[in-house]
Design a protein around this ligand. Structure first.
Ligand SMILES: Nc1ncnc2c1ncn2[C@@H]1O[C@H](COP(=O)(O)OP(=O)(O)OP(=O)(O)O)[C@@H](O)[C@H]1O
Length: 249
């Protein structure tokens, strides 16, 4: 399998404070790769570097061999590397189906002027329903997005992201704030959408990480502590020390 995303020597300094220090990482195409680590490890900063929300102080990032270090988030989205919740705002007053139709329309670059034209939007119905089914929201197609439970809202956000047909998805704490029932549902969803995609996620819920990930990178104090499958990294003494030392949520 080829490398989907690669960071080489990524460093981010904030006024002299090194939040990410010379981190190199390879995400293999078709894998689910998790980024974990105790609080303040630099996960969010590293994730923001990879998704181009922050510019690195030094280092390079390539996506399927192409240098994306200086690209914008919109630029990499056009290449098929999409961060969930980046483009996919959910409109509370619109139905589940309408939200996905609009996402499809935006993905095709159609003008917002057409938003209210039922005729134009109806063209996307079939495809939109497909994405709604994929994320398990078939029973809620005509519900207002604002009325959905938290977990179902996240599922809807994933559906609007899938409308962009991403080759690689970057998920920022997909389980944050979820009840166990939703965690189970979203885990199954991530597994399903990963079948023909590459996924990199930052996630605090270690049982989810253990369950879903092919490979895990552990960060602490801005550096990589360990990398491997869950059995390997969870046994590494440096990882155990870092978690006990820093405390985690
Ligand atoms: N914009 C910024 N300016 C200055 N320092 C920052 C900035 N962003 C992050 N940091 C610092 O960088 C370090 C890493 O933060 P980061 O949020 O990346 O860690 P994290 O692993 O995501 O933590 P958590 O799990 O608590 O979200 C922290 O010490 C933080 O205070």
């Amino acid at each position: 399998m080829q490398v989907a995303l690669e960071a080489r020597g990524l460093t981010k300094e904030f006024r002299g404070f090194v939040a990410v220090n010379d981190v190199s990482l390879k995400v293999t195409e078709g894998s689910i790769h998790a980024l974990i680590g105790p609080n303040g490890a630099g996960k969010t900063t590293f994730f923001n570097l990879l998704t181009k929300f922050l510019q690195p102080t030094s280092g390079t990032i390539t996506y399927f061999g192409r240098d994306i270090t200086r690209m914008s988030p919109a630029g990499i989205a056009r290449l098929g590397m999409v961060r969930s919740f980046q483009i996919s705002a959910v409109f509370a007053d619109l139905s589940v189906l309408e939200n996905v139709r609009i996402a499809l329309q935006r993905a095709r670059g159609e003008s917002y002027d057409f938003w209210r034209s039922e005729k134009v939007l109806a063209r996307y119905d079939g495809e939109a329903r497909g994405h709604v089914d994929d994320v398990g929201l078939s029973d809620f197609v005509h519900h207002r997005a604002g009325e959905l439970s938290y977990g179902r809202k996240r599922a809807l956000e994933i559906a609007t992201t899938l409308a962009l047909d991403p080759r690689m998805l970057l998920l920022d704490e997909p389980m944050a704030g979820m009840a166990q029932e939703d965690v189970t549902r979203i885990s199954a969803l991530i597994r399903r959408i990963a079948r023909n995609r590459t996924i990199l996620m930052v996630e605090h819920n270690l049982s989810v990480v253990a369950d879903l990930s092919d490979r895990i990178t552990v960060l602490a104090r801005g550096e990589i502590l360990a990398e491997g499958d869950y059995a390997t990294v969870s046994k590494a003494p440096a990882v155990i020390d870092a978690y006990i030392g820093a405390g985690h949520d």
